[in-house]
Design a protein around this ligand. Structure first.
Ligand code: ATP
Ligand code: MG
Length: 573
């Protein structure tokens, strides 16, 4: 057995194995497939991948890696109407970005159309499939209900010859959409309704993005999926729980067509994440109705959105490892994802200073024209990394408006009239005077003095009860736009929030706050798109891949430092 790779940051270090890995281990030990392990990730190219798919990708590729096997990337592209090459490309990019490699094992179900057709003909020859000419509505009625058995179609007794002839003419394009379907001859009284003569093929006169107009007969998912698995010699076909009842069809087809060494299907719980929606249909609706800026809008739960938001592949994989693989559906809190992202960024993103809403501070006893370049460490002490940069200090600096209050509560640890705070990595300043707008009386600036003896010295006395605030020298500051992203929805479960409302009724109106006129330290002037930082006391930020460039910096908030939703408001930032 190979050593199972485990993530040292995951509690328990990856042991014990999840139930899928237990099954794979069992089969590997018993020699069921001669020790081979072949999994596949089978997306339909009809949308972008989302964080739910990431769970499936981590599982399928992860199992292959852990057991010395391989994982195929297979496009399950059997619906001509909705599929597109642009989705194939986005999916390949996203899987690679997540850190997985299918090597030369890239497959398309649409490449198997001829083979699949051959399997259907074999079933017809064996008397196990027939052409049905009921229409869609009649098929539904004949299927019966949960408590009521189905009825056999009057066309069920067609001879093999008639079925072969009709099926060939269906392929040849003699019939319009819906005129006939091919069905498996299973059991119209089966308690599992999926087994009541499931549909295998339907007529669709449509152009397929890869096969063009070559076919007008398309296999159903329930037919194409198991047979594609078998064609590729997959061993473990891992899918989500909603396919549990389809497993009977999976087994029926493979028992009939691939009696030996055939794959088996196992189901795990899909990921449901709070404060978002995960179905591709709904994500597409958000894009098409212009409710987001695109599939890669940084608020989208898509891999492309998360990449643009600044999430790391390592953080997403850490999240997938932490949620594990379960047999029962449940919801996962957004905090779990955000915590994994924070935990990954913590040792990755250097600490720098940015002032989002500047308040001017004049240090009256600091000599006019003097500039000191002070050493500021990139990392806190508990992170075992060295490195620092120089930040300029001059007579005029800016601090965060929220770091000053004229009439603060008793436990205020930031600046107040007559009070002191430390400018981070620099000196203590004392607020001597408030400058006011003569018209409104609002504070527009502070006049402070600094303590030239306080650099690098530990705080004593009353100073110990204060915090250190971020600041930027006004003359050296670099302008930036900052986009404060928040959860896309304002309720945890927008899909079942009820009362005949649509999930789009629950969009969070404050999910993208744009702050212009931010001032960041000069070391950020050359930030390249995709570079990540911790803006001290604000959270983690990334220079936006789409819009940021030196000279016109744009930073996205990836995630804040702590969960603002639980935080005691006003005490900290
Ligand atoms: P959606 O339901 O979002 O439209 P889908 O199931 O139609 O997605 P596919 O392209 O068919 O999308 O999915 C590819 C694989 O990803 C399937 O094996 C599917 O089971 C898995 N998958 C899809 N959504 C999730 C999820 N939320 N959690 C885990 N796995 C998922
Ligand atoms: Mg699907």
């Amino acid at each position: 057995m190979p050593a199972f790779e485990s993530d040292p940051r995951v509690p328990g270090g990856g042991e014990p194995l999840d139930f899928i890995r237990e099954i794979v281990k069992r089969d590997k030990l018993s020699g069921l497939y001669g020790g081979r392990v072949v999994t596949r990730f089978p997306p339909e190219p009809n949308g972008y991948l989302h964080i739910g798919h990431a769970k499936s990708i981590c599982l399928n590729f992860g199992v292959a890696r852990d057991f010395g096997g391989v994982c195929h990337l297979r496009f399950d592209d059997t619906n001509p109407e909705t599929e597109d090459m642009k989705y194939v490309e986005s999916i390949m990019r996203d899987v690679r970005w997540l850190g997985f490699d299918w090597q030369d094992r890239l497959f398309f179900a649409s490449d198997y159309f001829e083979q699949l057709y051959g399997f259907a003909v074999r079933l017809i020859r064996d008397g196990k499939a027939y052409v049905d000419s009921l229409n869609e509505e009649e098929i539904r009625r004949y299927r019966g209900g949960v408590t009521e058995p189905g009825r056999e179609s009057p066309y069920r007794g067609r001879s093999v010859e008639e079925n072969l002839d009709l099926f060939a003419r269906m392929r040849a394009g003699e019939f319009p959409d819906g005129a006939h379907v091919l069905r498996a001859k299973c059991d119209m009284a089966a308690s599992n309704m999926k087994m009541r003569d499931p549909l295998l093929y339907r007529i669709r006169h449509a152009t397929h993005y890869r096969r063009g107009g070559k076919w007008c007969l398309y296999p159903m998912y329930d037919f194409a999926h198991p047979l594609s698995d078998a064609i590729e010699n997959v061993t473990h076909s891992i899918c989500t729980l909603e396919f549990e009842n389809n497993r009977a069809i999976y087994d029926w087809l493979l028992d009939n067509l691939f009696p030996s060494q055939r794959p088996h299907q196992y189901e795990f719980a899909r990921l449901n994440l709070d404060y978002t929606v995960m179905s591709k249909r709904k994500l597409l609706a958000l894009v098409e109705e212009g409710l987001v800026s695109g599939w890669d809008d940084p608020r989208m739960p898509t891999i492309a959105g998360m990449r643009r938001r600044g999430y790391t592949p390592e953080g997403i994989r850490l999240f997938a490892a932490r949620i594990g693989v379960d047999k029962a559906n449940s919801r996962v809190s957004m905090e779990l994802l955000e915590n994994a992202i924070r935990d990954d960024l913590n040792a990755l993103a250097p600490r720098v200073m940015a002032v989002l809403r500047p308040l001017k501070v004049t240090i009256t006893n600091y000599p006019e024209g003097k500039v000191e370049w002070l050493d500021a460490p990139y990392w806190p002490r508990d992170i075992d990394k060295g490195g620092s940069r120089k930040v300029p200090l001059s007579r005029e600096v800016v601090i965060e408006q929220t770091d000053f209050l004229e009439n603060p509560p008793a436990d205020w640890i930031r600046l107040r009239p007559g009070g002191e705070v430390r400018l981070r990595s620099a000196y203590f300043i004392r607020c001597e005077e408030v400058e006011r707008d003569p018209a409104t009386g609002d504070a527009v600036g502070l006049r402070c003095t600094y303590d030239p003896d306080s650099l690098g010295k530990p705080a004593k006395g009353a100073r110990k009860k204060t915090t250190a605030v971020q600041w930027v020298s006004a003359a050296h500051a670099v302008k930036a736009e900052v986009r404060l992203y928040d959860r896309l929805f304002s309720v945890a479960d927008p899909e079942s929030a009820g009362d005949g409302k649509s999930f789009t009724d629950f969009l969070n109106p404050g999910s993208a706050e744009i702050v212009r006129g931010c001032l960041v330290e000069p070391s950020l002037a050359g930030s390249s798109p995709g570079e990540r930082f911790q803006f001290l006391r604000h959270g983690y930020f990334v220079a936006d891949e789409g819009d940021s460039r030196p000279g016109a910096l744009v930073f996205n908030r990836i995630v804040d430092l702590k969960d603002r939703y639980r935080k005691h408001l006003g005490k900290t930032d």
